[in-house]
Write a new protein. Sequence first.
Length: 110
Amino acid sequence: MGPSVAESVHVDESVQPSIKRIWFKDLPAEQKSYYHLKDENWIPWQDNIMLVLDICNMIGYITGEIICPNEENNCEGAQNWIFNNKITRKVIWDRLSENQKYCTAGCKTA
């Protein structure tokens, strides 16, 4: 008989998290100048937000390329992913006009 489920799940504390945390202090000053999405400026706004997200290493959170690690095997990486996803949502939210924010209200991922 093989190992029990409890025995087969081993968390190696020496392993570095697969996802590093994005810190606000690490975000370039450029991302702090806001260009708000309004009804008439989708194309230039999209170019701007994609550039900001690229500079800040956040594009993978909106495209789904950066997936949340399994919390059982990589707890810190999973917590960092959740935090980074929230920061990415905040960067986007801060660049929406009041009329546009209703489209993203309640979204759980960037």
